[in-house]
Design a protein around this ligand. Structure first.
Ligand code: UD1
Length: 399
């Protein structure tokens, strides 16, 4: 049995194609929802739209400090694993649920596969960076989505036989949903025209938890709104910081700034795909805009997804809003990078992920790890588009 874990909004678009591929191959798998995100807008709306089955197990952990949230997932997932007959846990991304489930499983001797392994911002102030480093240090199979991930894992001394380049599974969801997203009615509902507005998402603690930085970001949106209408999809964390002071009221009084809640998948994709530019501090949006060829300005001092800046459409401007304002000028002057295709971001990553899982852990439900480990699997090239690397295949633990 494969346990496929998701907890927070950015996980759902990553597990959807993996669960779909496992179902197509009739593999024995369960969908475990930790409940880190629990609002309809942050969770269930994505399950419905992406046709993800109802969770087989819901841990219901909810919000809390990092310690509390991580501990609740750890306790609840361990209890689940002690009851279940799980042969492999599949975790995705870098949220607290990813790290907590990895720790619970590995302490019980259950192998863990990490999808989106090897990403590093080299900024330990980001909670996600701690989650990435811990998860990759402990996981048994590291499934990498971007070329820098291979270098990072090699530098950290991870044996190459534990690593495979599979490409970007979130792009599978984007490719599958783009036609439906193109017919979403959100632009006309908001009175926005194709390629003539800015789409904004900001939610990271580093951007929104400091009153000064949040005020500077709001001022930036006001400046942009003099050039282009702004659609601002507001995360619950950001909303709570804005309403704590005068900023929310100031924004809502601006007729050129549309204040939106967290967007469902297709509406968000439509808003992104049709924007003149995107301003964000999200990780996934840097990747999605690169695939779509939409200019992205990232209001952060680092990115764990550097291929989006070398081959994509992303410019990381740092935390100073003056740089972001200059980047807006570059976009409008037609001087922003246009990007080119990125290896393995092709809509077929889930197939390569499930190939690796089956090769490594076997396809039979509840197959004992020992029997999977008995055969050594030769290294093979990954699916089409993946870059050549020494780390393109996996061997079993005993191999
Ligand atoms: C989490 C992830 C982050 C990801 C983001 C996407 C970690 C460390 N961070 O950050 O990597 O980019 O999700 O959204 O795992 N809240 C709600 N409803 C919900 C969930 C949260 O209102 O369904 C509110 C709560 O007040 C909570 C706050 O949002 O305190 C923050 O949520 P939390 O899950 O702690 O972290 P995110 O900022 O969402």
């Amino acid at each position: 049995m494969f346990d496929v874990v998701a907890g927070a909004r950015p996980n759902f678009m990553k597990v959807a194609p993996i669960l779909g591929e496992m179902d197509r191959r009739r593999l024995d798998c369960q969908f475990i929802h930790t409940g880190q995100h629990y609002d309809d807008a942050m969770s269930d709306a994505f399950l419905r739209e992406l046709r993800i089955r109802a969770p087989d197990v819901h841990l219901g952990v909810g919000s809390g400090t990092h310690g509390v949230q991580t501990a609740r997932v750890l306790v609840a997932f361990e209890e689940h694993l002690l009851r279940a007959r799980c042969a492999c846990v599949v975790v995705v991304g870098d949220v607290n649920s990813t790290m907590a489930c990895t720790l619970a499983a590995s302490k019980l001797g259950i192998p863990v596969a990490h999808v989106e392994a090897g990403l590093r911002s080299f900024d330990r102030c980001m909670p996600e960076e701690i989650n990435r480093v811990v998860t990759d240090a402990v996981a048994d199979l590291l499934l990498v989505s971007e070329p820098a991930g291979l270098e990072n894992l090699a530098r950290e001394g991870i044996p190459p036989e534990k690593v495979a380049y599979v490409g970007n599974v979130m792009i599978d969801t984007l490719v599958a949903e783009l036609p439906a997203a193109r017919s979403a009615t959100i632009l006309s509902e908001l009175g926005l025209c194709e390629h003539s507005y800015a789409y904004v998402t900001l939610h990271r603690p580093a951007t929104v938890d400091s009153a000064d930085r949040l005020a500077a970001a709001v001022q930036l949106l006001e400046r942009i709104s003099r050039l282009l209408p702004v659609a601002f999809a507001i995360h619950p964390r950001t909303r709570s910081r804005l309403v704590a002071g005068p900023l929310y009221e100031r924004l809502s009084g601006n007729g050129r700034i549309c204040l939106l809640g967290p967007q469902p998948y297709r509406a968000g994709l439509r808003l992104m795909a049709s924007a003149r530019l995107v301003l964000t501090d999200s990780g996934g949006i840097q990747e999605e805009t690169s695939y779509l060829g939409v200019p992205c300005i990232t209001l952060r001092s680092s990115t764990e997804r550097p291929v989006t800046t070398t081959a994509g459409t992303n410019v990381v401007v740092g935390e100073d809003v003056a740089n972001a304002w200059a980047a807006v000028g570059s976009v409008l002057a037609g001087q922003h990078p246009t990007g080119r295709p990125i290896p393995g971001w092709d809509g077929h990553a889930a197939g390569r992920i499930v190939d690796e899982l089956v090769r490594r852990f076997g396809r039979q439900s509840g197959q004992a790890l020992g029997s999977a480990a008995a055969s050594t699997i030769s290294a093979e090239r990954p699916g089409p588009g993946a870059p050549p690397t020494h780390a393109t295949g996996v061997t079993t633990a005993g191999g």
